[in-house]
Design a binder for this molecule. Structure first.
Ligand code: ADP
Ligand code: MG
Length: 244
């Protein structure tokens, strides 16, 4: 078994009285591609947001390379730099061109010098097929192109794990394929990825492991075959009949 990067233990998250995550356990090993599927409202985004501490977990442990990041004194800013996130809504800076979007966090957060950051940005823009748009503003791009820039930006931070929250859900149908193709290439390159998605064919194709969430719990997890071909749980079957 390869190295464990993240281990989530007994993770709970409530918003007021609403317990959205109940006792989540999961591990992410180096090089693994994990897809998280489940109905809207089942807690998938809250789980990703809790893992990268955009939400403050109510209780539980998040072990990063064996150390609990929720313990007092842990350097959370440092921890956050090890995780990348790609959002449904791209979250590009609209006033900056494509290249600057990919440079800015490298110089401000990682303190890279501009020349190095620029070189890394161009390399990653090239890998997602967006290098020829370096001088364009986000408003000039299609949704699929914006999302590929957002992926290049995340890659430029050299994350140990890249989290994706429904990266194709906001796209026009004809843009979905180019983003999934980019993500598949990343998966094949050995990047560690956790992907919340409704693209079942894609999840089945690229994942090492699939997690089905229902009402704040991991209802079932296994290989793509186990989940998509031979699901054990009634609620997994019921969910999949709505999607496949
Ligand atoms: P999913 O991503 O699976 O659709 P979410 O994690 O977005 O599910 O939401 C799970 C539940 O948590 C929903 O009931 C949602 O209303 C609630 N929730 C999510 N974020 C917040 C928040 N910031 N404040 C209050 N409730 C929230
Ligand atoms: Mg969501």
């Amino acid at each position: 078994m390869s190295d464990i990067i993240l281990e989530i233990k007994n993770l709970k998250k409530s918003f007021g009285q609403n317990e959205v995550l109940k006792n989540i356990h999961m591990t992410v090993a180096s090089g693994e591609v994990i897809s998280i599927i489940g109905s809207s409202g089942s807690g998938k985004s809250t789980l990703l947001r809790s893992i990268n501490l955009l939400e403050d977990p109510t209780s539980g442990e998040i072990l990063y390379k064996g150390e609990n990041v929720l313990e007092k004194g842990y350097d959370l800013n440092k921890y956050r730099t090890h995780l990348g996130m790609v959002f449904q809504s791209f979250n590009l800076f609209n006033n900056l061109n494509v290249l600057e979007n990919v440079i800015v966090a490298q110089t401000t957060v990682l303190k890279r010098n501009r020349a190095e950051a620029r070189e890394i940005a161009l390399k990653n823009l090239k890998s997602v097929g967006m290098d020829s748009f370096a001088n364009a503003k986000p408003a000039q791009l299609s949704g699929g192109q914006k999302q590929r820039v957002a992926i290049a930006r995340a890659l430029s931070m050299n994350p140990d794990v890249l989290l994706f929250d429904e990266p194709t859900s906001a796209l026009d149908p004809e843009m979905v394929g180019e983003v999934l193709k980019t993500m598949k290439e990343l998966a094949e390159s050995g990047l560690t990825m956790v992907i919340v998605t409704h693209e079942m064919e894609f999840a089945r194709d690229v994942s090492d492991r699939v997690i089905f969430m229902d009402k704040g719990v991991v209802a079932e997890s296994g290989s793509p075959e186990e989940i998509f071909v031979n699901p054990k749980e009634e609620r997994t079957k019921e969910f999949l009949t709505r999607f496949l």
